[in-house]
Design a protein around this ligand. Structure first.
Ligand code: ADP
Ligand code: 5GP
Length: 189
């Protein structure tokens, strides 16, 4: 029997509002054989978000139980909520040879790199802090308090961008999408 090539993890991080959800969606539409790891979170769904598609929405109790049983490949508390990646999902995908895209924060990336050091890490930057604020305001999904917290966290996240192998500035959306796809395709030849 031929050995199946293991899949590879592509990790994308960015401060909230930089556009990583938009970029991931566009990329997945184009690279149809790529898997997307739908994270588990205790935050409430935003308008339009679907359970099982954008996130698996889960209770705090359920999440904590998962920490005890080793259900998460990585997990972190971000902006006051828990977020985690299913270890089972990742393992199944990789062992069947599927490349998998993860949209996780810096704390999660550090944990994944310990388990999967050959993961490809990509950090998305906004053109400026002003633009980041404008995008968050335009999206209109956060209260002023939550928005402030996200902007404060953004500075801390941006300070850790040197942990990542690739940087993309998301100024013109179409160029940023092309850059992301070409980075991924470069590893898949
Ligand atoms: P994140 O997932 O990083 O929090 P989103 O993908 O939700 O960010 O993007 C935040 C907001 O900015 C959304 O309203 C999105 O439509 C918008 N946006 C994303 N990329 C760009 C871009 N290059 N130019 C202008 N607006 C953008
Ligand atoms: P949001 O609430 O805007 O969807 O996501 C907030 C932050 O949590 C983003 O930086 C996002 O990348 C991160 N995040 C989403 N899912 C996970 C996950 O499974 N693990 C970790 N560590 N962070 C995640």
């Amino acid at each position: 029997m031929m050995a199946v090539r293991r899949g590879r993890l592509f990790i994308i991080s960015a401060p909230s509002g930089a556009g990583k959800t938009t970029l991931c969606r566009a990329t997945l539409k184009r690279l149809k054989d790529m898997l997307y790891s739908v994270s588990y979170t205790t935050r409430s769904p935003r308008k339009g978000e679907q359970d099982g598609v954008d996130y698996h929405f889960i209770s705090k109790e359920g999440f904590r139980a998962g920490i005890k049983t080793g259900r998460w490949s990585e997990w972190a508390e971000v902006h006051g909520n828990y977020y985690g990646t299913s270890a089972e999902f990742i393992e199944k995908g990789l062992s069947s040879g599927r490349d998998t895209l993860l949209d996780i924060d810096v704390q999660g990336t550090i944990q994944i790199l310990k388990r999967h050091p050959d993961s490809v890490t990509i950090f998305v930057l906004p053109p400026s802090m002003d633009t980041l604020r404008q995008r968050l305001e335009m999206r209109g999904t956060e209260s002023e308090t939550v928005l402030k917290r996200r902007l404060e966290n953004a500075k801390k996240e941006m300070a850790q961008q040197n942990l990542y192998r690739h940087l993309i500035v998301n100024d013109q959306l179409s160029s940023a999408i092309e850059e992301l796809i070409s980075i991924i395709q470069g590893y898949r030849l």
